[in-house]
Design a protein around this ligand. Structure first.
Ligand code: UDP
Ligand code: MG
Length: 317
C-alpha cells in the first residue's frame, strides 16, 4: 500500500495509563499491513498525565500527532479537532481505552477498499450492566421513532471514514453536535462489521448517568422538530377533549341543574393542563436554548498545545 495513509483519531480524557498500550497496538497492526499511519491523540483537557505521556511518545515516534485542549470540551469537539487535523485518505476513530479493538483495523480497511465511505464496527452489549444495556436499547427504539435519522444500537464512534465522508462531517458547522446522528445524516455507502464488547482496560468510563441522559436528549432534539409537533398535537387533543367534556356538562346542567360543586374536576383539569403546559414550555425552551447557543458561534474547542497543523479551515468557527 504505497502512499496510502490512514489517520487514527483517538480522543483521550484522563487516559494516561492507556496511551502507550493503544500506540503499541496501532503500531503492530499497521506494521503487519505495511501501511502508513498517523496517530492523532486529542487530549481533551485531561487532569492526569495523559498529555505528558503523549508528548514523550511523540518525541521518538514521528507518526504521533497531538492536540491538547485548554480544558475538557467533551468527546464531540475532540472528534472534530481530530478530523480537522487529519491528513490521511481515510480516518479511523477509536477510543483510547482499548474498548475498540485495534485488531479490527484490517477489516475496516477492507471495507474501504471495497468502496465504502463509512465502515462501522458494531458491538454486542455483552458484559455491560443490565440496566445500562436495557436503557440504551429502549433509547434507540425511542429515538428511531422520534427522530428522522436512523441510529443503530451498538454502533458507536468506532468507524472508518473516507475523505468524502470526512469533508461532509466537517462541512456541518453546528455547535451542538451529536456525531451518531451526523454519521447517519451524511449518508454514503456504509458497511457494518461486528465485534464482541470489550471491557475497559484501565481507568473508568467517563459517562455518568446524568451525562448519558443529557447525551440522549441531545440526540432526540438535535435532529428534528418532532417533539415540538407532538406538543402541538397534545395541545389539540386536550383542547378537543375539554370541549367535549364542557359541552356534555353544559347539557347536563341545562337538564338537571348544578348537582355537586365541581371541586374534583376543576382541580384535575388545572393540574393536567398545568402539566402539559410545563412540558410544552420545556420542549420549546430546549429548542430556544439551542438556537441561543448556536447564534454565539463559539469555537468548538481551544487548543493549548499541539504538534500538528490544522488541515482544513472549513467554516468551523
Ligand atoms: N472522552 C473524551 N472527552 C470526554 C469524555 C471521554 O475525549 O469528556 C474520550 C475517552 O478518553 C475515551 C472515549 O472518549 O477515549 C470514550 O469514553 P469512555 O470510555 O469514557 O466512554 P464509554 O466507552 O464508556 O462509552
Ligand atoms: Mg470506553
Amino acid at each position: 500500500m504505497d502512499n496510502f495513509m490512514v489517520s487514527v483519531i483517538i480522543p483521550a480524557y484522563n487516559e494516561g495509563e492507556n496511551i502507550d498500550m493503544i500506540h503499541d497496538a496501532l503500531e503492530k497492526e499497521f506494521k503487519a499491513l505495511s501501511c502508513d499511519f498517523e496517530a492523532i491523540f486529542v487530549d481533551d483537557g485531561s487532569r492526569d498525565d495523559t498529555l505528558a505521556r503523549i508528548r514523550t511518545l511523540a518525541e521518538h515516534a514521528p507518526e504521533v500527532k497531538y492536540i491538547s485542549f485548554s480544558r475538557n470540551f467533551g468527546k464531540e469537539p475532540a472528534l472534530i479537532a481530530g478530523l480537522q487535523h487529519a491528513f490521511g485518505e481515510t480516518v479511523i476513530i477509536m477510543d483510547a481505552d482499548l474498548q475498540h479493538p485495534p485488531s479490527l483495523i484490517p477489516q475496516l480497511l477492507d471495507g474501504y477498499f471495497e468502496g465504502y465511505q463509512q465502515v462501522v464496527a458494531r458491538r454486542t452489549r455483552e458484559g455491560e450492566s443490565k440496566s445500562r444495556s436495557f436503557l440504551s436499547s429502549s433509547y434507540y427504539k425511542m429515538v428511531n421513532k422520534l427522530a428522522q435519522v436512523d441510529l443503530a444500537d451498538g454502533e458507536g464512534d468506532f468507524r472508518l471514514l473516507g475523505r468524502q465522508a470526512i469533508d461532509a462531517i466537517l462541512a456541518m458547522s453546528e455547535g451542538n453536535r451529536f456525531s451518531k446522528g451526523l454519521f447517519s445524516w451524511i449518508g454514503f455507502e456504509k458497511k457494518v462489521i461486528h465485534y464482541e464488547n470489550v471491557k475497559r482496560e484501565k481507568g473508568d468510563s467517563h459517562w455518568s448517568m446524568k451525562q448519558l441522559l443529557e447525551y440522549g436528549i441531545e440526540g432526540i432534539l438535535s435532529f428534528n422538530q418532532r417533539p415540538l409537533r407532538m406538543v402541538f398535537y397534545a395541545g389539540f387533543l386536550i383542547m378537543g377533549l375539554s370541549l367535549i367534556y364542557i359541552s356534555l356538562m353544559f347539557i347536563m346542567i341545562l337538564f338537571r341543574g348544578v348537582a355537586v360543586p365541581g371541586y374534583f374536576t376543576t382541580i384535575s383539569s388545572v393540574l393536567i393542563l398545568g402539566g402539559v403546559q410545563l412540558i410544552s414550555l420545556g420542549v420549546i425552551g430546549e429548542y430556544v436554548g439551542r438556537i441561543y447557543m448556536e447564534t454565539k458561534r463559539r469555537p468548538h474547542y481551544l487548543v493549548k498545545e499541539s504538534n500538528t497543523e490544522r488541515k482544513s479551515y472549513e467554516k468551523m468557527e
